[in-house]
Design a protein around this ligand. Structure first.
Ligand SMILES: Nc1nc2c(ncn2[C@@H]2O[C@H](COP(=O)(O)OP(=O)(O)OP(=O)(O)O)[C@@H](O)[C@H]2O)c(=O)[nH]1
Length: 507
């Protein structure tokens, strides 16, 4: 389904850019033919305004490698810039889609295998959970990296004889993968640091960590690219709106000019008729001759004027067509923008429970943390883990487990205030953020939530089942980072489990 959506979007984007190029081409052509041109240079005023607008929009985005802009005609430059935009978007999209050729199953298999490895570093669990529940996780690169990660882990246990050869092979595979990335900004900087690290004689035990970091960077890079695509389309849409506005002004100017000329034409024709009638009654041959001469000259002017009028009329028609074309283009980009934004939202939503996923949580946690740093209004972070969930799966099947997770997610969401936040942290674990909470009573909403989960009337295989949850919570404190607060909540959750489950521990 995603695949189809994305392909449609790519096609749409290509057609949008094609049509923009077409319009620019016509603008230039029209400019050369325009009989009402008031330009002293190459462009009439409306066209000049449009072009300078487009220039403003795109010049800031030119690559340093672009051809020298001042040397080329302006419309050619605009076309080049548009092509660059299209190429960039295509690249981003291709990277995101390449994944669809591979099944997520492989990723899950590799993740399951890794879950049981004795040598995985401590952050593996969290990252694997992210991958498992990440919609972007269907990236070919991601699973290649996961593959490398597995190799790196086995390398740590290998005998010395084979070790060296495998180590070098893995390093060069990683180098090659990094080469193929085309990210920019901070992600690119991080990647080149890793490349440098790999080129040095690194310790083999560092390789699993490097692989994990590469996976994180890949996900981050894809996310940033998606954001940039949306931004570009927003700007494109805005500029189309302005373009249309300028066309509307040009159209009404052209129409006014056309009306005035028609009026003049009628006037001159009336004058000519009057002179003709006058002549019939005149006796003087000499006067007759002179007036006939003038009449011929006026007729000639009139003829020219009519030709001018025809050209002007066809210009008006062309501008009218273009106006309609721009209007439909504007609608297309608006549609495309909406699709992209819906897709972006999907990236942050957990497909099973329809609440935020871990990526959504990361974003929100960052915002809440910065708000807390600034205003110091109490912020509580709590981890909720379902007790003995494995038993539910084992006894009633995975589908029953999924159903339970959906219901629990909804119950947690409904139990919270609008301003609070809930996400699926992974597996049968949820995370909530309660802002502006009374620090003396922050257990009250958590207690209410625990009871509500316990009271969900589950019924599997005709059997009434009670599911409970353990909660570990903490308030952000002076000097806290996101990680330190999360670790404290995790420790508190661990204590709640150890103390017998179905309870809240606050640190
Ligand atoms: N049905 C279903 N089960 C899941 C999903 N994600 C994780 N699980 C299961 O959740 C279970 C978690 O088991 P454990 O980590 O052993 O924890 P537990 O059985 O809940 O026990 P405690 O947490 O110690 O109380 C595993 O069986 C996972 O397969 C999911 O999306 N759907």
């Amino acid at each position: 389904m995603d695949n189809i959506d994305d392909n449609l979007m790519l096609k749409e984007l290509a057609s949008v850019i094609d049509r923009l190029e077409n319009i620019l081409g016509r603008l230039q052509q029209q400019e050369q033919q325009s009989p009402i041109s008031i330009s002293s240079g190459a462009y009439s005023e409306p066209a000049g305004r449009l072009i300078s607008h487009w220039q403003k929009l795109f010049v800031g985005q030119l690559d340093s490698a672009s051809p020298e802009p001042a040397a080329a005609p302006i419309t050619t430059r605009l076309s080049i810039e548009l092509e660059q935009q299209l190429a960039r978007l295509r690249q981003g999209r291709t990277r995101l889609h390449r994944a669809q050729q591979l099944t997520g199953k492989k990723l899950h298999q590799a993740a399951a295998q890794l879950q049981h490895s004795r040598f995985k570093p401590s952050q593996t669990d969290a990252l694997l959970k992210t991958l498992e529940h990440n919609d972007e996780g269907h990236e070919k690169k991601l699973w290649l990296l996961l593959d490398c990660y597995q190799s790196a882990l086995s390398l740590c246990t290998e005998q010395h004889s084979q070790h060296q050869a495998h180590y070098h092979e893995l390093c060069s595979r990683l180098q090659q993968l990094i080469e193929e990335f085309n990210f920019s900004g901070e992600v690119a900087t991080e990647l080149s640091k890793i490349q440098h690290q790999l080129s040095q004689q690194a310790d083999a035990t560092l390789l699993p960590g490097i692989c994990l970091r590469l996976i994180e960077l890949t996900i981050e890079g894809c996310r940033i690219e998606r954001k940039n695509s949306t931004l570009f389309l927003t700007r494109l849409h805005g500029s189309l709106g302005e373009m249309q506005h300028h066309f509307a002004i040009s159209l009404s100017e052209g129409q006014a000019l056309f009306d005035a000329r028609t009026h003049h034409g009628h006037h001159i024709a009336g004058e000519l008729r009057a002179i003709g009638e006058h002549l019939v009654n005149q006796g003087s041959e000499c006067l007759k001759e002179k007036i006939e001469l003038r009449m011929r000259s006026i007729s000639h002017v009139l003829l020219q004027h009519e030709r001018l009028q025809e050209r002007e009329q066809s210009l008006l028609k062309r501008m009218n067509d273009m106006d309609q074309q721009i209007e439909s283009l504007k609608n297309e980009t608006e549609n495309f923008k909406q699709q992209l934004s819906a897709q972006n939202d999907k990236l942050f939503i957990d497909s099973l429970t329809q609440i935020h996923n871990r990526a959504g949580m990361d974003e929100r946690l960052e915002i809440e943390y910065r708000r807390w740093l600034r205003y110091q209004s109490p912020l509580c972070i709590a981890l909720i883990d379902i007790d003995y969930f494995k038993d539910i799966n084992d006894k009633y099947g995975h589908l029953a487990g999924d159903k339970a997770l959906r219901l629990i997610a909804r119950t947690i969401q409904q139990s919270l205030r609008e301003s609070d936040f809930v996400a699926r942290f992974g597996g049968e674990e949820f995370i909530i953020l309660l802002n502006n909470i009374d620090p003396e009573h922050f257990s009250t909403p958590l207690e209410k939530l625990r009871k509500q989960v316990k009271n969900i009337p589950f019924r599997f295989k005709e059997e009434r089942v009670t599911i409970t949850a353990s909660i570990g919570a903490t308030l952000f404190r002076q000097g806290d980072s996101i990680t330190s607060a999360l670790e404290r909540a995790d420790q508190a959750l661990y204590s709640a489990k150890r103390a017998g489950r179905d309870q809240i521990v606050m640190d």
